[in-house]
Design a protein around this ligand. Structure first.
Ligand code: NFS
Length: 627
């Protein structure tokens, strides 16, 4: 197979479906993110080092890495100050994105509780009651709507709170909370910490790199244990807590004889309704009238993760495959809301019959048809969107259709609740397996794709290496999709593990790589870590656990990295963050943080070496625990 494609194409990805579509793009003379990346080369060296400052109009300033170049910005800012400011602005953007997603879900719960949600219902009452108890909300003798109303209001208030604490942060082990408090990084309110970053990084405010980084960590904690956790928990209340379900992944899930709808973006408020509308008898009848054998909704990026986890809806691909889905010529509509959606889709869909439908008032795109989504009329609008897709089927050009055969089965849906239930109702079997050494430790592998590295190579090789060494994996985001495509989310993947992990997976009938959801669902990983740490009577930083983001690229990933490290988990980055222009910031992130939050970052682009770093770390922690 491999020889069919040029060296260039093979160097871009390890995924056969991606090779096939890149070759098709070449044939049609279409450009993708890879060509646009090449056109950008060489990328700005100052930007790569993080030493460019545009925070006031006396600039832009940049600090020269060379002996004879300027070492100060016009205001006197050093490389250390500029890099720290730029870094925490990335955290602010990432935390804002996750948290605004969480806010939208809280809003939907509020509308639903008030009877104004256009088709939503409360699907997981047990979770609603558990969350209500956490918030001290009375549940006895009250309707689920009454409880949900109080819960939605209480959670909504977390965003604008001035004095904290954010309730879910108290799920962290006591020692961790005490540490955050002593460092002054226990967040007061979700929005407040993000705003304070913007204030402190304005010209002439905070000019101490360490003080700046601490505020970055504080905002990141308000994301991981705040906004993201709100998104996850309230989504479970509204749409159901995921349980294991079988599905398929990769571009081969598109169907030649059906209306194909790609749901792309992040918030399940939209995708849940698209899934429901596509099953509506009126829509199915319309599809039949158009000559289609059905309506095939597939997911892309984290929206894909949300609907695969809850409904087994197949997932077409991860971040770098969004353009490739369109290039199949078989997509009637790509429906988007917010985040990780390439504006390039506008021009690209223009070359096909594909409709590019934007839905969020927050996210408009050139070349898109905007059908604005409002939760109050959710189902009705979702039907309008699905109708537009179905009616587009007749315009499909059969000679333009090239759907790769490539797809892989997967088992997904491992919420913390589902993991505990797979273990027979308690965490004990997992703890015993860790203590006994059958499972050496836990690897949390997450994050995006980036054109700077070979697509899916870092993800898949790192996972393979870790499971071979008996490290159980929990994953989310675009890493999870890479794992699904590579067959690592099948119980049969136990055969690719070391003997210890293999035996555990076989006994439980689970894959060695557990799909825990979208990127906001990294909050599920935090909850799992807290539960394990509490069961062992230690802090998260004592656990034989390590994190990695082998192909990260987004600002959300920077916030994630920051809150994972702030929570005590050593994290390996597979692409280099723009901080190397500052010796102080680089030292704090890779060394100093150990003495402050009990964890730090490493940067390692080679997944085999990254795996070794994680395994070494896990072994050190095992030794310290005496296991
Ligand atoms: Ni995460 Fe989801 Fe993927 Fe990266 Fe983007 S889809 S929220 S940011 S690219 S993993």
């Amino acid at each position: 197979m491999a020889e069919k494609y040029s060296e260039k194409i093979l160097s871009r990805s390890i995924d056969p479906a991606t090779h096939e579509m890149l070759a098709r793009a070449e044939e049609l003379g279409l450009e993708t993110a890879w060509e646009r990346y090449e056109a950008q080369l060489p990328q700005c060296g100052f930007g790569e080092l993080g030493v460019c400052c545009r925070n006031c109009n006396m600039g832009p300033c940049r600090i020269s890495p060379f002996e004879d170049g300027p070492k100060l910005g016009v205001c006197g800012a050093t490389a250390d100050i500029i890099v720290a400011r730029n870094l925490i602005r990335m955290i602010a953007a990432g935390a804002a994105a996750h948290s605004d997603h969480g806010r939208d879900i809280a809003h939907t719960l509020l509308l639903t509780a008030e009877g104004k949600g256009g088709g939503y219902e409360i699907k997981d009452e047990a979770k609603l009651n558990a969350l209500a108890a956490e918030y001290g909300i009375e549940t006895e003798g009250r309707s689920k709507e009454e409880i949900a109303l109080d819960l939605a209001r209480a959670v909504y208030a977390e965003f604008g709170k001035q004095e904290g604490p954010i309730q879910f942060t108290r799920r962290a082990p006591e020692k961790r909370v005490a540490l955050w408090q002593s460092l002054g990084i226990d967040p007061r309110g979700i929005d407040r910490e993000i705003v304070e970053i913007m204030h402190r990084t304005h010209i002439g405010v905070d000019n101490d790199p360490v003080n700046l980084i601490l505020q970055g960590l504080k905002a990141s904690v308000s994301d991981g244990w705040g906004g993201s956790m709100v998104a996850t928990e309230l989504s479970d209340v509204l749409f159901g807590t995921p349980t294991p379900v079988r599905s398929e992944a990769n571009l081969g899930v598109l169907k030649a004889d059906q209306v194909n709808i790609v749901a792309h973006g992040h918030e399940p408020t939209l995708s849940e309704m698209i899934v429901a509308a596509a099953q509506d008898p009126d829509m199915l009848a319309l599809a039949e009238k158009q000559g289609a054998k059905g309506i095939n909704v597939v997911g892309m990026c984290c929206t894909g993760n949300e609907i695969v986890m809850r409904h087994g809806i197949p997932i077409a691909g991860n971040f770098l495959q969004q353009e490739l889905a369109v290039i199949t010529g078989a997509v009637e509509a790509i429906i988007v809301d917010v985040q990780c959606i390439m504006p390039a889709l506008g021009a690209l869909t223009g070359c096909f019959h594909t409709k590019f439908i934007s839905t969020s008032p927050k996210a408009k795109f050139p070349g898109a048809t905007h059908i604005e989504f409002h939760e109050e009329r959710a189902f009705e609008i979702a039907k309008d969107i699905v109708r537009a897709a179905v009616e587009n089927y007749a315009l499909r050009k059969p000679d333009m259709v090239r759907i790769p055969d490539e797809k892989m089965e997967c088992v997904v849906g491992f919420s913390v609740e589902a993991i505990v239930s797979a273990l027979g109702g308690t965490l004990d079997p997992l703890l015993d397996a860790i203590k006994g050494g059958a499972i050496k430790g836990i690897g949390a592998v997450v994050g995006c794709n980036s054109v700077k590295v070979q697509h899916d190579y870092g993800h898949v090789r790192l996972l393979e290496e870790l499971i071979k060494n008996d490290v159980l994996i929990v994953t989310t985001g675009c890493n999870a999709i890479a794992a699904a495509k590579a067959g690592l989310m099948l119980p049969e993947a136990a055969e690719r593990c070391g003997e210890g992990l293999k035996a555990v997976c076989k006994a439980l009938g689970v894959p060695p790589v557990l799909h825990m959801g979208s990127c906001v669902d990294i909050s599920r990983i935090l909850v799992a870590c807290a539960a394990i740490a509490n069961a062992l009577g230690v802090d998260i930083s004592d656990l034989p656990a390590a994190g990695a983001a082998p192909e990260w690229m987004s600002e959300k990933a920077v916030s994630i990295g920051a809150y994972v490290v702030s929570s005590g988990v050593f994290t390996v980055l597979g692409t280099v963050p723009p901080v190397l222009g500052s010796p102080v910031v680089t030292e704090v992130l890779t060394q100093g943080a150990n003495d402050v939050v009990g964890a730090a970052f490493a940067v390692e682009t080679d997944p085999f070496k990254a795996a070794q770093l994680m395994i070494d770390h896990i072994n050190v922690k095992r030794q310290a625990l005496g296991i």
